[in-house]
Design a protein around this ligand. Structure first.
Ligand SMILES: Cc1cc2nc3c(=O)[nH]c(=O)nc-3n(C[C@H](O)[C@H](O)[C@H](O)COP(=O)(O)O)c2cc1C
Length: 371
C-alpha cells in the first residue's frame, strides 16, 4: 500500500493522494491578467495525477508582482479571468486548485527570468518597491521604501481583498507566500529587516507583520476551504532565519488555523550558497517543523524527483505531503507515472486511457528493445 497514494485530509479538503504541484510563475500575464498560456498550464497540471495544484505567486497589489509579467488578483478583470479558467477545468477534472498569494516587496519590479536574467525592470516598466527596511536585494537593484504604518495597513488589506477575490473566483485553497525572500520573508529575516520599531529586532517583532497578514488572510478565507502557508526554513546565510525560528513561526501559523505548513528555503540573500543539487535538500526543514508541531500537516519540496524518493520520505514521517515543481513540468504525467511505479493502476482521463501502460500491449517490450 503506497502512502503517496493514500488520501489525506488538509483541513476541510480531502486530497486523493499526497502529490502537490508546487506554485510556478509563468511570467506570461498581461497587466496581471492570466492568459491562454495559464489556462493550458493549469489544465496540464490538473491532469497530471497530482492530488492538488497550487497556481503561481500572484500579486495582491500591482506593486507586489515579482515581474511585470506576473499574474495579480487586485481587480475584477483578473478575478474574472481566473474564474473562467477554473470553470473550464472543473468540467473535466476534480483536482482541487489553489492559488499562492504574495507580495514581492524589494524583489518586485523585475523582468521575467528570460529577459536580462530577471534583473530589475527598465525605467519605463519599473515601479517603486517597498520592504521592511530600505535595503536593496543586491547591488544594482531597486532600493525599496521601508513600509510605514499606513503602508503596512494597505498591504494587509490588499492580502485580505485578494483572498476574498480568490474565494469568489472559485479557488479551493489559498497558499500564503511567506517564503523565498519576498515581502513577508523580508520582515522575518534579520538580514533584510533592520527596523528598530515593534516590527524589527527579536523574532516576536519580526513575525509581527507576517502574522498580521496571515491573520487577515485567515479571517478573509472561509473555514470550509483549505488554507496553507509557504515559508523558509533557512536563508542559507549566517545571521539569517534559523530552523528554530521557522519552528516558532510554523507553530504560530498552525495555531492560527493554517491547514498546512510548506517548508522551503533561500531567496533572501543573493549570494547565499544553497545545496540545491542535493536530493531532498529542504526536507530537514519540513521534518524539524513537523517535530515542533506534530499535529500540523507539513509539506516538503525541493529536488524530490522520483516517486520512490517521495514515498520513502512519507514513510519515514519526514512530511505529510510532497510538492513537486520541475519534475511535473518535465513530465506532466508525473503523478500517473508515480502511480504505476508504486503499483497503483493509472487513472488517466478517459480520452487518454489507451496510453496507460497496462492498456497498451507491447509498449514495455518496444521500450526495452529501443533502449
Ligand atoms: C518555473 C518555476 C517557477 C516557480 N515559481 C514559484 C512561485 O510562483 N512561487 C513559489 O513559492 N515558488 C516557485 N518556484 C519554486 C518551486 O515551487 C519549488 O519550490 C522549487 O522549484 C523546488 O522544487 P523542485 O525541485 O520540485 O523543482 C518556481 C520554480 C520553477 C521551476
Amino acid at each position: 500500500m503506497s502512502l503517496l497514494f493514500t488520501p489525506r485530509a488538509v483541513g476541510p479538503l480531502t486530497l486523493k493522494n499526497r502529490i502537490v504541484v508546487a506554485p510556478m510563475c509563468q511570467y506570461s500575464a498581461v497587466d496581471g491578467v492570466p492568459q491562454p498560456w495559464h489556462a493550458q498550464h493549469v489544465a496540464r497540471m490538473a491532469l497530471s495525477g497530482a492530488g492538488l495544484v497550487v497556481i503561481e505567486a500572484t500579486g495582491v497589489e500591482a506593486a507586489g508582482r515579482i515581474s511585470w509579467a506576473d499574474v495579480g488578483l487586485w481587480n475584477d478583470e483578473q478575478e474574472a479571468a481566473f474564474a473562467r479558467i477554473l470553470r473550464d477545468i472543473c468540467t473535466y477534472s476534480d483536482t482541487p486548485i489553489g492559488i499562492q498569494l504574495g507580495h514581492a516587496g524589494r524583489k518586485a519590479s523585475t523582468n521575467p527570468p528570460w529577459i536580462d536574467h530577471g534583473g530589475p525592470a527598465p525605467a519605463d516598466q519599473a515601479w517603486e518597491t517597498v520592504s521592511a527596511s530600505a535595503l536593496a536585494y543586491r547591488d544594482g537593484w531597486h532600493v525599496p521604501t521601508a513600509l510605514d504604518a499606513a503602508g503596512m495597513d494597505r498591504v494587509v488589506e490588499a492580502f485580505a481583498q485578494a483572498t476574498r477575490r480568490a474565494d469568489r473566483a472559485g479557488f479551493d485553497l489559498v497558499e500564503l507566500h511567506a517564503a523565498h525572500g519576498y515581502l513577508l520573508t523580508q520582515f522575518l529575516s534579520p538580514l533584510s529587516n533592520a527596523r528598530t520599531d515593534d516590527y524589527g529586532g527579536a523574532l516576536e517583532n519580526r513575525m509581527r507583520f507576517p502574522l498580521r497578514v496571515a491573520q487577515a488572510v485567515r479571517d478573509a478565507w472561509p473555514r470550509t476551504k483549505a488554507l496553507g502557508v509557504r515559508f523558509n526554513g533557512s536563508d542559507w546565510t549566517e545571521g539569517g532565519i534559523t530552523v528554530e525560528e521557522a519552528q516558532v513561526f510554523g507553530r504560530a501559523l498552525h495555531d492560527m488555523g493554517y491547514d498546512y505548513l510548506h517548508l522551503t528555503s533561500g531567496g533572501n540573500v543573493a549570494t547565499a550558497r544553497i545545496p540545491g543539487d542535493l536530493p531532498g535538500y529542504q526536507v530537514p526543514f519540513a521534518e524539524a517543523v513537523k517535530a515542533a508541531a506534530p499535529e500540523a500537516t507539513v509539506m516538503a519540496v525541493g529536488m524530490i524527483v522520483t516517486p520512490g524518493q517521495a514515498e520513502d520520505l512519507l514513510v519515514a514521517g519526514q512530511a505529510d505531503l510532497i510538492a513537486v515543481a520541475r519534475a511535473v513540468l518535465d513530465d506532466p504525467n508525473w503523478g500517473h507515472h508515480a502511480a504505476t511505479a508504486l503499483g497503483r493502476p493509472e487513472a488517466l482521463p478517459l480520452p487518454y486511457e489507451r496510453a496507460g501502460v497496462e492498456r497498451w500491449p507491447g509498449y514495455a517490450t518496444a521500450r526495452s528493445a529501443s533502449n
